[in-house]
Write a protein that binds this ligand. Structure first.
Ligand SMILES: Cc1cc2nc3c(=O)[nH]c(=O)nc-3n(C[C@H](O)[C@H](O)[C@H](O)COP(=O)(O)O)c2cc1C
Length: 344
């Protein structure tokens, strides 16, 4: 049986993200500090600007990812299926939320399963890396992947979130060896992901050496998880401690550069505070392959269902295409080579 704590936590996270101000207060993604040189003579046909790519062996129509969010409750099932249906129609990748609830109670597997509405998408299973210190191993990773017919497994690193949760799992010691063993034995790629505080150069280096296939930076600047945990803190002291970390973390733009420098061969997913297609273009020019959004897709799904998620994906793609056109990049390979500036 899943513990009531796991299920309640997932329900709290959705409610708080939909109802409260959960954003960083001063710290930003850092993307606003970069700009493209405007090319008044782009020598490109706008109609030929191509946003497609291949990632981990699967085609995507656009470099967009619905970041890992939820599962484990009936409401979460509805959200997951809404997001997945939109991902299938628009050719985006998608991650499911942490699947611990369904490993503890297999009757909850249906809240994560979306393959019937999204047979073709690049789909990621998700588990907390720290669970490898709390009884999880290859078996649980394989079960998570098989349960949703995933193409890859995301292991999320949420040390600060666990630290500010009264019920959190704080033993992050000795994880790298266990991750190396999972990477070696799991038949699908393993992706390391933060949850909103970013990876340093050192962390990216350690993960690359452990055999990780891609890194999702999930940097600071969007949803602040210390803020989310502050809203569900059981005591004033817990709330104050969580609130103290509201502007902690590595801005997304900085973490992309750190990961790109530390692990130049690895695909980088840019997420954390991505707000529009110009942000996406900047992330790719900084070295990312795709950009992920969590909170924005959740709110679109909640207010306008599948159509709302499609509308958001199309809007971001329009912005991305126009940014590419105006910067003189006809496709994503050219965008990767396009310089970003910090001053005129
Ligand atoms: C409601 C909600 C639940 C989340 N649950 C998970 C999770 O289970 N696993 C995970 O790796 N990240 C989780 N995240 C973190 C996101 O995937 C993402 O890294 C983070 O919110 C930053 O992206 P954003 O600024 O676009 O929201 C969650 C985010 C939201 C909004």
């Amino acid at each position: 049986m899943t513990s009531p704590t796991t299920e309640k936590r997932k329900a709290d996270h959705i409610r708080i993200n939909l109802e409260e101000d959960v954003f960083f207060k001063k710290l930003t993604s850092g993307l606003e500090k970069f700009f493209f040189m405007h090319q008044a003579v782009p020598e490109i046909n706008l109609a030929e600007v191509d946003t497609s790519l291949e990632l981990l062996g699967k085609p995507l129509q656009r470099p967009l990812l619905i970041s890992s969010m939820t599962g484990g409750t009936a409401e979460a099932r509805h959200i997951n299926r809404t997001l997945a249906e939109a991902a299938q129609i628009t050719g985006m990748a998608m991650g499911l939320g942490s699947m611990r609830a369904a490993l503890e109670d297999p009757s909850l597997a249906y809240t994560y399963q979306v393959r019937d509405v999204a047979p073709d998408i690049l789909l990621f299973a998700n588990l907390g890396a720290v669970q490898l210190n709390y009884g999880y191993g290859l078996d649980q990773c394989q079960r998570a992947v098989a349960m949703i017919e995933a193409d890859a497994l995301i292991l999320h690193f949420n040390a600060l979130q666990e630290a500010v949760q009264p019920e959190g799992d704080g033993d992050f010691s000795g994880l790298l060896g266990k991750i190396e063993s999972i990477c070696r034995q799991l038949p699908v790629p393993v992706i390391a992901k933060e949850v909103g505080w970013g990876f340093s150069k050192e962390a990216a280096c350690q993960l690359a050496e452990a055999g990780i296939a891609a890194i999702d930076v999930a940097g600071a600047g969007g949803t602040s998880w210390s803020q989310v945990e502050m809203f569900r803190a059981p005591t004033k002291r817990h709330a104050r401690v969580a609130g103290a970390f509201i502007d902690w973390g590595i801005p997304t733009a900085v973490s992309i550069q750190y990961c790109h420098q530390a692990a130049p061969g690895l695909p980088i997913f840019a997420s954390g505070g991505i707000n529009n297609g110009i942000d996406v273009a900047k992330c790719i020019a900084l070295g990312a392959s795709v950009a992920g959004l969590a909170g924005h897709f959740l709110r679109a799904a909640d207010s306008d269902g599948v159509d709302g998620v499609i509308e958001l994906a199309e809007t971001i793609t329009d912005e991305l295409r126009i940014a590419m056109f105006s910067a003189g990049a006809v496709n994503l390979a050219a965008l990767t080579k396009t310089a970003l500036h910090t001053e005129f």
